[in-house]
Write a protein that binds this ligand. Sequence first.
Ligand code: HPA
Length: 278
Amino acid sequence: MSKVYEKLLQCCCSVEEKIHFKPEIALILGSGLGDYADDIQVEAALDYQDIEGFPVSTVQGHRGRFIFGYIGSTPVVIMQGRVHYYEGYPMSDVVLPVRLMGMLGAKILFLTNAAGGIQEGMHAGDLMLITDQISDFVPSPLIGPNPDELGDRFPDMSHIYRKELQDVVRRAASRLDIPLKEGVYIQLTGPNYESPAEIRMCRAIGADAVGMSTACEAITANHMGMSVCGISCISNLAAGISPRPLTHAEVQESADRVAPLFRQLVTESILEMAGEQL
Ligand code: HPA
């Protein structure tokens, strides 16, 4: 058994000792959505630090706990605070929570994040459905001995973001009258924001939004057969497109400003996903 899988089993046992709950959908909350769980019917919460072997996040504004509850009648597990590669964890730890939620039973992974807008015509406050991604600037989370229990050594990544789930989000946005951009997300390591030249490169290779998370999580979920969907909150225009220097405070502020719409869209989408035959 690989070390990665061994550690995962340890975390899984530690959770199952404390909580008896089988989620169908896993949701990772990005900046601005941190208090989303206030809206839902909560059954239990578990701090990351109480899970044996679990990597604990250190970033301000990223609270670290799982929340188990219901959106409508669908059992969900919500990650309030994710683990970032730039915090210094090995990639296998960064994606451990995704694998854990999959092992607890989640069949769908719903990813959210704050991102810098690159696509022509984007504005701070836009929401973007992620249709594909570029992850080549961070190490693959699948490097190392393959945990065969989870998936193949060389998994296909032709459809990382499940088409049926993209359609669910599009329909939800349309019902709610929320304008929705679409595009390709690129993950860079951070923690520094990009230089204008790096953003020109990102645009040239086909990226529409840039951030420091998500793509590695999507690969991991796809590897283990979960269906993935993702939405970015465009919290700022990327470096060089924005006339101002970027600050974490600005990113947080605009993410907070759009949060009410973002929450509505996530809830409406999840309500419909529950009935989706995947
Ligand atoms: N770059 C990288 N990550 C980000 C940004 C950005 O401009 N905004 C929010 N997360």
